[in-house]
Design a protein around this ligand. Structure first.
Ligand SMILES: *Cc1c(COP(=O)(O)O)cnc(C)c1O
Length: 414
């Protein structure tokens, strides 16, 4: 990076500090991952120079020969990866992708139904202060208090009562599998469009570790940067009959020029996800999450739903007597990055919730396996027991640094 270090030493210096943080810390935020060097090269490529409003073969500016090629390649690979009829790879990120679906398929004021934010849903699924909540009549379903699971009979009752035009399945903080077939039955019964938002689990689906929603859903949105391990971005997949509405909603409905450098990087990431190694990766994410969960339970942690089927774990720290925010800050000192999180029926506020959320996509990319998960669970346990003891927290960080040296982050030389 000599151009950056010579041209802008200030930004370069900050970047080097972040590189050090990523290399020597344990990354457990379940929405984060490490993109490959190939994905980053495409993201940082000269495709960033181009403008290409419109779609392949139907652009508004000249010079589109190669942009069209790379966008078509991304679309073809996404179709193969997820077995879908139509793909739009232009959404800038997950939130704009969801917004485009609503804009394309609904009228303002229509009823939509998603999982409540504090039960594991996403802000774009109907949080009252979000664009989704302000524009639509949002009905939120919940997880069961006793089990932490989504009760499909309760979802069905709510759907019959409110007759939503759109039902959303797919979450931000739900550690279990999703019953796509049941959601399809309910959507058919009330005449709703069924949307899957697989932002978190796209990599698990692409790698065959989780069932695909493609046979059941009308529309599927996903980010490309979480378990799918691509560049920061998103895409919308849908049945052919919704293709025109979706494409028009993305452009010119909501966005201007697509980020062609990101499109190129999406093509690279989809290519990587089509390789056999990605199946192993997806399976290992789940094995690692189960190993981490098991050890945390042995160490006295109370996990929402009692464990995990996917890449993430939600722990309620009430029995440990430590609020989520205090835990997050202590773990930062110890070199473990995760986020505080509300738990279902949380008596505390979202800024100071009862839980923490953690996940295994990033550590699995580094090549860590079950034995390392046991170590991480024990470090978390020890850090929380010693959350007021800075010396002890820094000692844990020293041990973590030693482990990290054996598990390099793609693109970072240490
Ligand atoms: C992360 C996430 C999104 C939004 O993605 P951004 O790229 O952050 O806008 C949408 N839906 C779900 C379920 C998510 O977890």
């Amino acid at each position: 990076m000599s151009a950056l270090s010579n041209g802008d030493p200030k930004v370069y210096d900050i970047l080097k500090k972040e590189e050090n943080r990523q290399a020597y810390g344990i990354e457990l935020i379940p929405s984060e991952n490490y993109a490959s060097e190939a994905v980053m090269e495409a993201t940082g490529s000269i495709f960033t120079n181009k403008y290409s409003e419109g779609y392949p073969g139907k652009r508004y500016y000249g010079g589109q020969e190669y942009v069209d090629m790379v966008e078509r390649l991304a679309i073809e690979r996404a179709k193969e990866l997820f077995g879908v009829e139509h793909v739009n790879v232009q959404p800038y990120s997950g939130s704009p992708a969801n917004t485009a679906v609503y804009f394309g398929l609904l009228e303002y004021g229509d009823t939509i139904m998603g999982l409540k934010l504090d039960h594991g849903g996403h802000i774009t699924h109907g949080l009252p202060i979000s664009f989704s909540g302000k524009s639509f009549n949002c009905v939120g379903y919940e997880v069961e208090k006793e089990t932490g699971l989504i009760n499909m009979d309760a979802v069905r009752e709510l759907a019959i009562q409110h007759k939503p035009k759109l039902i959303i399945a797919g979450y931000t903080a739900y550690p279990r599998k999703i019953e796509w077939a049941k959601f399809r039955e309910i959507a058919d019964e009330v005449g709703a469009i069924l949307m899957a938002d697989i932002a978190h689990i796209a990599g698990l689906i692409a790698g065959g570790a989780h069932e695909s929603p493609a046979p059941y859903c009308d529309v599927i949105t996903t980010t490309t940067h979480k378990t799918l391990r691509g560049p920061r971005g998103a895409m919308i997949m849908c049945k052919e009959k919704y293709a025109k509405q979706i494409d028009r909603a993305v452009f010119p409905g909501l966005q201007g020029g697509p980020h062609d450098n990101t499109t190129a990087a999406k093509a690279v990431a989809f290519g990587e996800a089509l390789r056999p190694e990605f199946k192993e990766y997806a399976a290992q994410i789940v094995k690692n999450a189960k190993a981490l969960a098991e050890r945390l339970i042995e160490n006295g942690f109370n996990l929402v739903s009692g464990g995990t089927d996917n890449h993430l774990i939600l722990a309620d720290l009430t029995n440990k007597g430590i609020p989520g925010k205090v835990a997050q800050e202590a773990l930062d000192e110890a070199g473990i990055t995760l986020n505080k999180n509300t738990v279902p029926f949380d008596p505390r506020s979202p800024f100071d919730p009862s839980g923490i959320r953690m996940g295994t996509p990033a550590v699995t990319t580094r090549g860590m396996k079950e034995p390392e998960m046991v170590k991480i669970a024990d470090w978390i346990t020890s850090a929380l027991e010693n959350h007021e003891n800075l010396d002890q927290l820094h000692k844990i960080h020293d041990e973590i640094k030693k482990l990290c040296k054996n598990f390099p982050v793609p693109g970072i030389k240490i």
